[in-house]
Design a protein around this ligand. Sequence first.
Ligand code: GAL
Length: 437
Amino acid sequence: MHHLTKGITSRASRRGVLKGGAALGLGAMSFGPMAARLASAQDAGSLEVFSWWTSPGEAPALQALFDAFLAAHPGVEIVNAAVAGGAGVNAQAVLQTRLQGNQPPDSWQTHIGRELVDRYVVPGYCEPITDIYSAEGWADVMPEGLVEQATWESEQYSIPVGVHRGNGFWYNKQVMADNGIEVGDTMTADEFFAAADTLKAAGIPALALAMKDTFAGAQTFENTLLGTVGPDTYNALFQGETAWDDQGVRDAADTYAKMLDYVNEDFSALTWDQATALVIEGGAGFNSMGDWAYGEVVARNAQDNIGWVSHPGSAGSFVLVVDSFTLPVGAPNAENARNWLTVLGSKEAQEAFNPIKGSIPARTDVNRDIFSTYHQWSMDSFANDALVPSCAHGQAASPAFQQAFYDASAAFVSDKDVDAYIAMLSDAAAMDAETTT
Ligand code: GAL
């Protein structure tokens, strides 16, 4: 089904219109009971869904959500308004322009936490959906912490569809075997550097990096920071309780600089999914990436040859990247939008979407058996490990700090100047503290 959105790059053609019959294929069969419960007699009109899910792994996952919706509401036309660009860097800019111009889509993708609240709820762009939460009993089937991050002043504003784990470290098993490298259940930074030297001697970049999507530089740093300072100090930094010139941050920057000695030469030209593909194809050893990378593995049918550990040093922590959808103030098709959100919160939609996307469902009452070994590993990590929010994906800090984090990380990838990095992060934190007090 994903041919409808896959590989299409121009914005105009990406706004494909999907209607019931077109998308009701194989997957729709399993939506029977939900479709019957949710179907409304008067379905009509359209539903414009805004996201940044356009990669080979993301697009079919989005399609699974469309299929779930269309199974219950076959008379509605879905307009897929996805804007390409990992982590939504481009999409979020386009969305801001639309919201400021009073032209919202019917629903948009956002991360819960600071991104949802600071960018959209506080400025007044979102309608509360507390009544849908109550009617569907979502608070009873989702972890309290997730519901809290979708809540502002006692009202819920978005429904989480999947929980990504940001601190994945993906590797090509064949490349490791060919070079005599054994990867255990966890990896330390020293173990990574030993493997990296072996790969370097064989002419293989150890770390696939993708700076065309600038988020990758910020994300690799936050993973390295977590792996260096641990979850408590990581949280304390983003909560303003530990200063950014702390020795632990310097140590993390030193380690990051060293890792950058092992990256692919063409990193500035690659998108995140191309970097993941480089590992899948054996052109690089490892990729530090959230588990949307697993969606790429699924899309390429490469599950047997791709292994994973936590980013070096970060085992025992789970970097939260939680995707959710909103209801705008002034949604052109508000009833369809509310029906869309209702479907997204259903067990059936979350069971259809997450195996393809690489994330685990936000609902905890799903059938674990239908998920891959990777998903089950991530579910166990989510249940047992320290949960920390991602800054690269908007949950941990204000939009202003997040931007500074991106800019400082992009500069560091090219100059590896630890003092400048620390100074930029410290300045951004100081400005943030001033504007929030
Ligand atoms: C994240 C998002 C994921 C994935 C990734 C790469 O921000 O939560 O769903 O799409 O960006 O685009």
